[in-house]
Every structure is written in structure tokens, then in C-alpha cells.
Design a protein around this ligand. Structure first.
Ligand code: ADP
Ligand code: MG
Length: 240
């Protein structure tokens, strides 16, 4: 579904991504782990063109998203993103947060979006919060709204950038459960996370990034129990 060829990204003379080759299949759940500053967020942000790659090519469903004539709006509809800090619209209710984009982009009528929002809120366990404002929600609830909002666009691919890093520990489980059920429904997902237990249980594949390259890429059991590369071993010995 996604093919990434020789992806490079620099900010000024800071080379952040130094040649990433990767392929992600339909329905695959891929976790990305690695030290802070290794380029994990930049990698995700290149996949939905929040950052413009400096070099290389990204194909989604066979279509280049990096070509000069690529349609960025179409791409953004295909790819949902969930951030560490939720990024909800503070002056909109939970339901309005979810219905805004699909209605504005004329993908749904307001009525259809409303029905869809209620179904999504049920799915993330927040049916009773439809009319609440984000400021009245806990971090875990906000993040589940953010997931529902991304799903309202009916994306083919969901990107998660440390979705539980800003949460109090007791909130983490509810968010991970929502992600786990999405994975079981067959959603294609790329997840940057520090939740090693989750990465091990839920992913089909784990990528270890360091210094702007993919150092190791394998099934979770192999990567966590028998990492091949010294850098992976060193990282895991600190976080496990
Ligand atoms: P990670 O998510 O693995 O912690 P990032 O992708 O956020 O790593 O950052 C990798 C490097 O890229 C860091 O050195 C960071 O300072 C730099 N960087 C990220 N985004 C920007 C930006 N918008 N402008 C300049 N430098 C950036
Ligand atoms: Mg990051």
C-alpha cells in the first residue's frame, strides 16, 4: 500500500532522514521505535506531507505523493493522523470536532456526518461526550476523540505519533485498547510509540530507527527477543 524509496529529509544542514526504504502492506500494523531525535516523527510527517521530503519517493496505492502534480487533498483524505497533543479544536464540541472536516470537504451531508460521529463515539467509548467541549475531557478522552475525528474521514491508513506519551498512566490503556480494536478490524497503521508491550503484542512488524535510518526491521518477537544489531540491543536494554 505504501512504498517508500530512498527518503531523505533535511532541515537546513541538519540531515534528519538519511535514506529510508520501506514498504507497508494493506492491513499491516507497523510500530516505529527508537531514541528521541532519531527522525521518527519526521518520517511519519513525510508520509502525509506535513513535511516535504528533500529527496526520494513515496507511493500510496501506486501513486506518487511526492510528484509535483500529486493531489495533496486526496492524500490527506486517505491518511489519518493522530498526534501526541490531540490538536482538537477547543471551541468546538466533541461531535463538531468529528463532523467538521467531512462536511466541509463535502464527503458527507451534515446529517450523515452526525450519524457517523455518533457511531465513532460509541466505538471509542465516548457516546455520552458528544456535546462536551474538549477542555472538560481528560487526556485519554481527548485522544479517543482525536482518533474518532481521524476515522471520520474514512482513511485507508492511520498514522499515530506517540499517541499515549502525553497521558497520565491510568489513561493509556483505554487509548491503546481503541487502537488495538482498530488493528483487529484490519486498519493499516503506522505507530510511533514508546509502549513496548503494545508494540510487541499488536504489531505485525517493528521498525527500529536511529540516526535517521532504519537500523532493524522485523517481526516483534524477533526484534524484542533477539535483536540482531548492536544499536537495537543497546536501545532495548535501556527501555525494557
Ligand atoms: P523523533 O520523533 O524521533 O524524536 P524528530 O523527527 O522529531 O525525531 O526530530 C529529528 C530531528 O529533526 C531533530 O534533530 C529535530 O530537531 C529536527 N527537526 C524536526 N522537525 C523540525 C523542523 N520542523 N525544523 C527543524 N528541525 C526539525
Ligand atoms: Mg517524535
Amino acid at each position: 500500500m505504501i512504498k517508500i524509496n530512498n527518503l531523505h529529509k533535511s532541515f537546513g544542514d541538519n540531515q534528519v532522514l538519511k535514506g529510508i526504504d520501506e514498504q507497508i502492506n494493506h492491513g499491516e500494523v507497523v510500530s516505529v521505535i527508537g531514541p528521541s531525535g532519531s527522525g521518527k516523527s519526521t518520517f511519519l510527517r513525510c508520509i502525509n506531507l506535513l513535511e516535504q521530503p528533500t529527496q526520494g519517493d513515496i507511493l500510496i496505492d501506486g501513486q506518487s505523493i511526492t510528484a509535483p502534480d500529486a493531489c495533496i487533498d486526496k492524500l490527506r483524505q486517505k491518511v489519518g493522523m493522530v498526534f501526541q497533543n490531540f490538536n482538537l479544536f477547543p471551541h468546538k464540541t466533541v461531535k463538531q470536532n468529528i463532523t467538521l472536516a467531512p462536511v466541509q470537504l463535502k464527503l458527507m451531508t451534515p446529517k450523515e456526518a452526525d450519524v457517523e460521529a455518533e457511531a465513532l463515539l460509541e466505538q471509542v467509548g465516548l457516546k455520552d461526550k458528544a456535546d462536551a467541549y474538549p477542555s472538560s475531557l481528560s487526556g485519554g478522552q481527548k485522544q479517543r476523540v482525536a482518533i474518532a475525528r481521524a476515522l471520520a474521514m474514512k482513511p485507508e491508513l492511520m498514522l499515530f505519533d506517540e499517541p499515549t506519551s502525553a497521558l497520565d498512566p491510568e489513561m493509556v490503556g483505554d487509548v491503546l485498547d481503541v487502537m488495538k480494536s482498530l488493528a483487529h478490524k484490519g486498519m493499516t497503521m503506522v505507530i510511533v510509540t514508546h509502549e513496548m508491550g503494545f508494540a510487541r503484542d499488536v504489531s505485525d512488524r517493528v521498525i527500529f530507527m536511529d540516526g535517521g535510518v532504519i537500523v532493524e526491521n522485523s517481526e516483534p518477537e524477533a526484534l524484542f527477543s533477539a535483536p540482531k544489531e548492536a544499536r537495537t540491543q543497546a536501545f532495548l536494554s535501556k527501555v525494557l
